[in-house]
Structure formats: structure tokens, C-alpha cells
Write a protein that binds this ligand. Structure first.
Ligand SMILES: Nc1ncnc2c1ncn2[C@@H]1O[C@H](COP(=O)(O)OP(=O)(O)OP(=O)(O)O)[C@@H](O)[C@H]1O
Length: 518
């Protein structure tokens, strides 16, 4: 387990046309990791914050022939898309390769530049496309035939407190939206979300285009075409290693890349904002509670309010959970947005106090075999790599000598460790088999029980029919509709029991016939 604080980056954009037209004044300054905000209009002074990164993208850029915004010269402080990816995207990928669940989310006022950083515009590609591209570049660099990779993509939006599957057309979605669930392996996940397997960057690009076209679009005061929903791209990245003894080890990383809706207060947005506001205020409350927890100020018995919105529930693992998380805060440079920018910086300042406890998500086989590999490395280093004399090894003449007895002890220990790992693997396999057999036995028992109940119901029906027949033959006046409905209900119950048994038998046939129902 690796304890690490949520990483926080702040990025300030250039003035937009409207701000330029109003002769806007810049209220942000950055130096190294610090960001300072100055209340130039209100005169209440300045506040300085320190983050993991303070990205200056306000000025000092030139536009290349390909349309890329790049630093205008070697001394320019301008941070371009590449630099942002190198600082944040590369870290996400490194963590994913290690086997951590990862989350990178963009927070900030509408029009502050969240989508620019996450998605990008035109040739200035953001973190999401570049990360997706880099996944397949890295996979392409793998030359280990024992290793292969599985990548799936899901895309959703949270709009009006409903989770919608963006890889499904709006008119084919379930009315109430999807639900957030939790599992040991996947962490927090969205039940029934479409997952599509992809084997190239182009395939991801096509899916993201499809998902983007399915988004819900609303307008805000600051940005006529901006999205008022939270959009999440979920990449499930699995590394599969086949080992000599035919065993497969799997390491999984779920990467959530999140472009949030605008964080501003209700009065600054149009009518539909209330539900969006709910998720944003819930997010701020979760961040505050976790920051309090991180600094030991959380009140006794106080819960982290993850369940107050779909967004916070979905980000539960990312905030205070077992994921490696990065928050990028986009801010406007204009003094007219001072209040919102200050509120964003304060939220970012609290977020950096959140502690996560990231875990590598590998199955037991992978874990044990990795342990074995590490042991091997350690042994090799001990016996040769550190200039230790091994009585004839390549470094024999050089460093401090290890006695024959010591060498034997190391080798013996190593043998014992290997034996322990092999035993653990055998036990794991035996436990798997035992669980499988127990599940089979439970199924058999369920089928037997189904058949037994079916027979019992049939016997009852037979007796009832015989009674009815004799009553009818004797023209019995006491015969009622109720008598018939008793027969009917037993028939129905018998039918249900039979269905259970038939379902069981057909599922057994399906498994045995490799997917073909006979
Ligand atoms: N770092 C940057 N460099 C150059 N232009 C930028 C930068 N950041 C944002 N912009 C420009 O600012 C405008 C608003 O940015 P963007 O759409 O990314 O904001 P947003 O925060 O995602 O807004 P919304 O919440 O409405 O989706 C865009 O025209 C974008 O090109």
C-alpha cells in the first residue's frame, strides 16, 4: 500500500475575447509551484498558495505553423499542452502500469479552461487523447511474449443527478440512469455501463467521438456551447502475464478521466444549474471533510458525505480511497472573476491535504510470482551485483568476501522462500478448485430441490384433480371457483419449480457445449 496525498495542479488561461474587449486586468501571478491571487479591484490584498504545479498559460506563447500554442522563446514561462501532459498524464500512466487505480479530474469555473486541459482544442490535444495515444505507444514497446494487455473504454455523464451511458444513444438508455456500485476488484464502478474493448488509439478516438455526440449540452452565461454535465472517460487497463507453469497473472488499473461541469455558484448560471450545483457543492463538502480528516480536524463520528451526490459516490475511491489521484484546477486570469478564482484556489488548497491509500490491484498469482521475481533479483544482487566475492564469480576478486557458509545460508533461504511461494500457489489453486466444486454442489442441490418441489406439486395437483373429478361426477353442489383456483395456484407453483430445474439443466448444457444451448 502506498500512502500519498492527492496531487494538485493549477493552470491559468489567456484572456478570452470578452475579457480582452473589457480591458481585463490579470489578478494571478505564479512563481515556481506558488500561485498568488491579488484583489486588484476590491483592494483586500493578496493570497498565496503552494501546489504541486502552478501552470502559467496566460501569456508568452506563439502559434506554430501547425496551430500549436507553444512558448514564444526559451525564457517564456508559458506552459503548453505537452508540458501539462508530461507532468500529469505521464504520472497517470506510470501509476496505471504499476497497477494502481487512477483518477485525474479537472475542476474550475465555467470557461476557465477545464476542457482545454482535458480534451484540448484542434491540434492542441489535451491530456485525455494524449494519454490514450500513449497507452498504445507503451503497449507497442512491449517485447515480452509472455505479456499481453487488455484495454476497455466506457464513457458516461452525470447530468441532473442521473448517470447516463454515453456509448448508448439517448433514446435507448434506461430512464432513471445507472447506479454506482462497489466491488473489491473494480473499486467503485457503474453497474451496466457499456464497456468496449479497444486495440488502438483510433478505436478509442472513434468511441470518444461517439460518446461526445451523445452528451447533453446546455448553455451558460460564460460559454454558449459548454457542457453543463460531468463527463467521465473510464479506461480499464489489464496487464496479463503468462508464466512458465501455464499460470496467468492479472494486474488491473481503472483510470477515470473526469471533465467536471462548472464549479460556480447558482446565481451565475442559468436555470438547469441546480442539480449540477448539487454535485459541485457535494464535491466541495467531500473535499473539505477529507481535508479536515487529513489535518486531524474531522469531528468524532462525522462521516464523509460521499452519498450526497452521484458524482461524489463515483469519485469515492479517488478521494480518500485506494486510487492515485490528480486534480487540475483551471482558473481565469481576469480580476472580474476574482471571487470564483479565489474559491477554486481555496478548494484546491484543501484538496492537497487529502490522503489516499493506493493499492496495487494484482491477483494472488501475480502477487506471488512478482514476489518470487523480486527475491531472485535480490539474490542475484547479493551474490554478484554488489562486488561481493562468490568464490569464483565475475566479481570474485573485488569486494568484501562472503564466506562459503554465508553463501550457502542465502541459497538455502532462497530455496525455502521459493518452496513457500510454490506451496502458497498450490494452496491458492486448491482453494479455487474447492470453491468451484462447492458452487457446483450448491447448484446440483438447487436443481434437486427444484425437481423435488415440482414432483410434490404434481402429486398435489393429481390428488386435487381426482377430488374435483369425483365431485363433478357426483354433481357435488359444494364445488366452488375457489377449488379451481387452488388447482391453478398449485399448477403455477409446479411450473415455477419446473422452470428452475429446466434453467439449471440448460445452463449446464450451455457450459458443457461451449456456449451452444442444446
Ligand atoms: N491554456 C489555455 N491556452 C489557450 N486557450 C485556452 C486555455 N485554456 C482555455 N482556453 C480557451 O478558453 C476557452 C474556454 O475553455 P474551456 O472550454 O476549456 O473551459 P471549460 O472550463 O471547460 O468550460 P465549461 O465548464 O464551460 O466546459 C476556450 O476557448 C479555450 O480555447
Amino acid at each position: 500500500m502506498s500512502d500519498s496525498a492527492v496531487k494538485v495542479a493549477v493552470r491559468v488561461r489567456p484572456f478570452n475575447q470578452r475579457e480582452k474587449g473589457l480591458d481585463a486586468v490579470c489578478c494571478i501571478a505564479m512563481a515556481g509551484p506558488t500561485t498568488t491571487i491579488n484583489d486588484v479591484d476590491g483592494g483586500t490584498g493578496e493570497e498565496t498558495f503552494t501546489f504541486d504545479y502552478s501552470f502559467w498559460s496566460h501569456d508568452g506563447f506563439a502559434i506554430s505553423d501547425e496551430g500549436l500554442l507553444i512558448p514564444e522563446d526559451g525564457n517564456s514561462p508559458y506552459v503548453d499542452q505537452k508540458k501539462v501532459f508530461d507532468c500529469l498524464g505521464v504520472e497517470v500512466l506510470n501509476n496505471a502500469w504499476t497497477g494502481y487505480h487512477c483518477c485525474l479530474f479537472a475542476y474550475g469555473q465555467t470557461g476557465a479552461g477545464k476542457s482545454y486541459s482535458m480534451v484540448g482544442f484542434g491540434p492542441n490535444k489535451g491530456i485525455i487523447p494524449t494519454t490514450c495515444q500513449d497507452i498504445f505507444r507503451r503497449i507497442g514497446e512491449n517485447h515480452d511474449p509472455a505479456k499481453h494487455f487488455e484495454v476497455t473504454i466506457g464513457m458516461l455523464e452525470i447530468y441532473n443527478e442521473k448517470i447516463q451511458d454515453l456509448l448508448i444513444h439517448a433514446n435507448q438508455r434506461t430512464k432513471g440512469g445507472l447506479e454506482v456500485r462497489e466491488s473489491k476488484q473494480l473499486g467503485i464502478y457503474v453497474q451496466d455501463l457499456t464497456k468496449r474493448a479497444v486495440n488502438s488509439y483510433e478505436a478509442i478516438e472513434d468511441l470518444v467521438d461517439e460518446g461526445t455526440a451523445n452528451r447533453t449540452i446546455g448553455s451558460t452565461l460564460m460559454n454558449a456551447t459548454s457542457s453543463r454535465a460531468n463527463t467521465v472517460l473510464i479506461i480499464e487497463f489489464t496487464q496479463v502475464t503468462t508464466y512458465d507453469m501455464g499460470k496467468e497473472g492479472r494486474k488491473l488499473s481503472v483510470i477515470k478521466l473526469v471533465d467536471l461541469a462548472g464549479s460556480e455558484n447558482a446565481e451565475q448560471t442559468v436555470a438547469i444549474a441546480s442539480a449540477i450545483n448539487k454535485s459541485m457543492s457535494a464535491l466541495r463538502n467531500v473535499i473539505s471533510a477529507l481535508a479536515d480528516k487529513g489535518s486531524g480536524k474531522l469531528k468524532k463520528g462525522q462521516l464523509i458525505p460521499y452519498r450526497d451526490s452521484k458524482l461524489t459516490r463515483l469519485l469515492q475511491n479517488a478521494l480518500g480511497g485506494s486510487s492515485k489521484t490528480i486534480m487540475i484546477c483551471a482558473v481565469s486570469p481576469a480580476s472580474s472573476n476574482y471571487e470564483e478564482t479565489l474559491s477554486t484556489l481555496r478548494c484546491a488548497d484543501r484538496a492537497k491535504k487529502i490522503m489516499n491509500h493506493a493499492e496495487i490491484n494484482e491477483d494472488p498469482t501475480e502477487k506471488l510470482l512478482n514476489q518470487l521475481k523480486r527475491e531472485n533479483e535480490r539474490l542475484k544482487a547479493l551474490l554478484g551485483g554488489q562486488g561481493v566475492a562468490t568464490g569464483g564469480g565475475p566479481n570474485g576478486a573485488g569486494g568484501s568476501a562472503v564466506s562459503e557458509a554465508e553463501r550457502m545460508r542465502i541459497v538455502e533461504n532462497h530455496k525455502k522462500e521459493i518452496a513457500a511461494i510454490e506451496k502458497a500457489l498450490e494452496e491458492e489453486e486448491a482453494a479455487k478448485q474447492a470453491a468451484k466444486q462447492a458452487a457446483e454442489r450448491a447448484k446440483e442441490a438447487a436443481r434437486d430441490e427444484g425437481l423435488r418441489r415440482f414432483r410434490q406439486e404434481m402429486d398435489r395437483i393429481k390428488t386435487l384433480i381426482q377430488t374435483l373429478e369425483s365431485q363433478l361426477a357426483g354433481n357435488d353442489a359444494s364445488l366452488t371457483v375457489g377449488d379451481l383456483s387452488v388447482v391453478e395456484s398449485h399448477t403455477r407453483r409446479g411450473g415455477d419449480c419446473l422452470k428452475e430445474a429446466v434453467d439449471y439443466l440448460s445452463s449446464k448444457h450451455t457450459t458443457q457445449a461451449g456456449g451452444v444451448v442444446r
